[in-house]
Structures are given as C-alpha cells and as structure tokens.
Design a protein around this ligand. Sequence first.
Ligand code: SAM
Length: 259
Amino acid sequence: MGMTRDDETSFGFRTVKTGDKARLVRSVFDSVASKYDLMNDLMSGGVHRIWKSVLLDRIGPQPNERLVDVAGGTGDIAAGFLKRADARPSADRKPPAKAIICDINYEMLKAGEDRPDMAAFGDRLTRVTGDAETLPFPDKSFDAYTIAFGIRNVTDMNAALRDAYRVLKPGARFFCLEFSHPITDGLQKAYDAYSFNVIPKLGEMVANDRDSYQYLVESIRKFPAQDAFAARIREAGFSNVKYENLTAGVAAIHSGWRV
Ligand code: SAM
C-alpha cells in the first residue's frame, strides 16, 4: 500500500485531499443507490448473500438486543439481524430486538426504505444519517455493531474503529464484513482479472456508471490485509480480535469484544 501525507488519502488508486474523500464517496453511493442491490447480486453472483448470512450466524442475534449497522446502506444486515432474533424460541417471552441503520448517505437509506421486505419491522428498524467516524449516538448504547462493505470507504478508519468501541456496551461485540485479500496468488490473479475487467463494465451497463465501480474495485485492493486490519481493531481497544476468511479470503469477517 502506498504512503500518503497526513492531508492526503486514497480514493481507490487516486490520492486526494483528506477533506475531499467523504464527498467523493458520497457521490459514488448517490449515483449507485437505486441499482445497488441489483448490482451486488450481479457482481457477486449472489455470493454476497452467503457472506452476509455467515456474518449473521457469527453474530447470533437475540431478542432484546440492540444493533447499530453502520454504513448499513439498504439494510441487509439490520433486516437479517431482526429476522433471526425474532425466530429464536425465546422471542415471544422477551422484548423484541431493535436495529438502527446508520449511513452517511441518505439516498442509500431511502433505497432500503422502499424495499417491501422492510415493512414488517415497523419502528423496530430505524434509519439515521451519520458518519462512522463520529456516530450520532451516546456512549455504551449497543449490544452489537456491524459494518459490512463499509469501512474501506471511511476516510479515517481508525477514528471509525474508536467510535465503534465508544458506542458499544461493555460485553458487546464488533463485526466487520469486508472484501479482503485472497490467500493464494492464483486466486488473487483470477480475482483481479474479474474485478478490473468485468465489474466496471457491469457498472456501466446496469447502473450507467463505470467510474463508481472502478473506484469500488480499486478501494478493495487498497484495503489492509487481514492481519494488519486485525491489529488496527486491537489498537482501537477491542479484545479477542479475530478474523475468518470467506471464499479463501475474497472477503473476511473481523470481530472483537468490548470488555
Ligand atoms: N452495508 C451495506 C451492505 O452490505 O449492503 C452497504 C454497503 S455499501 C458498499 C457502503 C456504504 O457505506 C454506502 O451505503 C455508503 O453510503 C456508506 N458509507 C461510506 N462512507 C461512510 C461513512 N463515513 N459513514 C457512514 N457510512 C458510510
């Protein structure tokens, strides 16, 4: 990964002023919001659903728990969390689980709100615009924090990790699902060929936006490798930090506890 000055950061393979990145990221997701769910299915052949399902397995949602799904976009994780908590045998004896989707981009939240599968949750599922670096929530508010395919878009990842720690209750859990780095050179080459040649073209055809999907694949390559990212989570204060590779490292789930 290349070095940048303090007032510069990466936006995909470009180096940009730190203060400009959030605006550039916002314009990417403004542009793709209405086609976001469709593009996820097309780009991954539906595999993102399996990864999200594994994430929900690891979380093990329970009734009476409160989740914040940061960079939650259209809300797959928050909705899955509530569905699973509701399906627990103890669900009819305890207060129901609640979830908040927090995203910097109103268009992404709006695209999720319009999904028919979200209506069932009523006011147990709420949406708030906010930046992962400075979440609009009090300290020690949540039993679980998730960020799926979101943290690589955040300008100051360390600030986001510190704020994740701040909003979690002692004994609560942090989970990050993110594209990562394939564990074999052969797979990395095949993955690069697919991502750099196919995904921007798909973006152009389906969402009429090649540049946003070019950014997406570049930002994946710039994201720290599994061990380096785990170290940053530890530096933010989390304990029992670990990760699990999915599809041989194409994606990974990192987790940690606030003790
Ligand atoms: N979590 C959803 C999912 O897995 O389908 C959406 C992931 S989407 C690739 C990334 C999301 O991160 C977008 O909705 C974007 O608006 C949001 N985002 C980017 N930077 C953010 C920030 N600094 N704070 C909060 N959300 C951010």
